[in-house]
Design a protein around this ligand. Structure first.
Ligand SMILES: Cc1ncc(COP(=O)(O)O)c(C=O)c1O
Length: 388
């Protein structure tokens, strides 16, 4: 164990195997304690907190968060979560009926819905780049080159895909977008805290992240970074006090909400700093890879070739009577209930493909947990004993 005693720092139920850190993170006790102190302050004097303390505190935390992500603070604002950030980014791009949006087949489901609404409103069309799980960066680039046309005005791409954990070659896709004059929105919901991020270096138009996943902030702490070209067009998801002010001030004073999660972001960053961020990134990445390998071996499927970080997909055998009788959601529930394991299950990315489970690793996980799960799950899938 790289971090002895680390489990004492979380309130997680460790009778459960938490292989899904990427989805909702986990909140260290020190971070939650700080949030409780904020709640106590609110309870003691709600008016004092909302009238005088909230805005300057959000501003202080905003500057810390922007620095952490290597993002110019003049382009950086708090949002509640990635969904909100992506919605306001999509709303800020002008499209017409001759225009086209290009996305990948791995795009987050709610982002597709936001884009579909936009295409209905504007008459624009949507093209889909089929990114395979074994694709190299060159393959992905070649597919984007192929999909882009003179009509392409917007590219929306995940920095780290939700269904598979695949890391996309964002810099190269951004360079392509610049070359063809298309705007690019990066859905980086999983990036903060999974590895070192430098938003300014990416040269994208919009970059949306979450602190409530890998940075371990409370839910809901999302952020958006916007390039100068779009700052006069971006508006919060509802009209509030600062609506007439320029970005990012127009996001700084919204209707009454619980924004304590954003205020906890500096403390969450401190928590990771204390563990040593590079050490944490490497630990999580190598443990996820090792865990994925153990599970793939037990299931008798090939390890996958794409670029992955601390989330790794494992193909399920193409034929398994038990798993095939359940859809992805049902199988996810079965795995949670029968094997006490939280992870994600994905339907085939393209027709005829296999299904995948995706596992995460974080500082509180160890290799034995993956081995244990691999043995139980393989035994259930194949209905026979499997040596791991
Ligand atoms: C790629 C991606 N985009 C968007 C989201 C949505 O994030 P949120 O629930 O914080 O809005 C997620 C959540 O897992 C995600 O993985």
């Amino acid at each position: 164990v790289l971090y002895p005693g680390i489990r004492e720092e979380f309130n997680l139920d460790f009778s459960i195997k938490h292989f899904n850190h990427g989805a909702f993170g986990a909140i260290p006790n020190t971070v939650r304690e700080f949030q409780r102190e904020l709640f106590a302050e609110i309870d003691a004097n709600p008016t004092g907190f909302y009238r005088r303390k909230l805005e300057p505190s959000l501003e202080e935390a905003r500057l810390v968060a922007a620095r952490y992500l290597g993002a110019d603070p003049d382009g950086f604002a708090w949002v509640r979560n990635a969904s909100e950030g992506l919605t306001v980014a999509i709303n800020a791009v002008r499209l017409g009926e001759d225009d086209e949006v290009v996305v990948t087949n791995q795009i987050y489901p709610s982002v597709v819905l936001a884009l579909q609404a936009k295409t209905v409103q504007t008459g624009a069309t949507m093209g889909v780049v089929p990114v395979g799980i074994d694709d190299s960066d060159d393959d992905i680039l070649a597919k984007f080159e192929c999909a882009i046309t003179p009509r392409t005005k917007l590219i929306v791409v995940d920095e780290i895909s939700s269904p598979t954990g695949q890391i996309m070659p964002i810099r190269r896709i951004a360079a392509l977008a610049r070359r063809v004059g298309a705007a690019i929105i990066v859905d980086a919901a999983h990036a903060p805290g999974m590895y070192a991020v430098n938003v300014d270096e990416l040269q994208v138009d919009f970059w949306v992240g979450n602190f409530h996943k890998w940075v371990c902030a409370p839910h809901a702490a999302g952020c958006i970074w916007v390039d100068e070209k779009y700052r006069d067009r971006i508006r919060p998801s509802y009209v509030s006090f600062r609506d007439a002010e320029p970005f990012p001030s127009n996001f700084s004073r919204l209707g009454t909400d619980d924004q304590t999660a954003a205020l906890c972001v500096p403390i969450a960053i401190e928590f990771l700093d204390r563990l040593g961020p590079r050490k944490v990134f490497e630990h999580n990445r190598s443990l996820a890879q090792a865990g994925g390998k153990v599970i793939a071996e037990a299931l008798g499927t090939k390890p996958l070739q794409g670029t992955f970080g601390a989330r790794v997909p494992i193909a399920l055998p193409k034929k398994s009577q038990r798993a095939d009788s359940l859809n992805a959601r049902e199988l996810q529930i079965k795995i949670a209930e029968e094997f006490g394991t939280e992870l994600s299950v994905t339907e085939p990315l393209v027709q005829g493909d296999k299904r995948y489970i995706t596992i995460s690793a974080f500082v509180y996980n160890d290799e034995d947990e993956y081995r244990d799960f691999a043995r139980q799950f393989a035994r259930w899938l194949t209905n026979s004993l499997v040596a791991v």
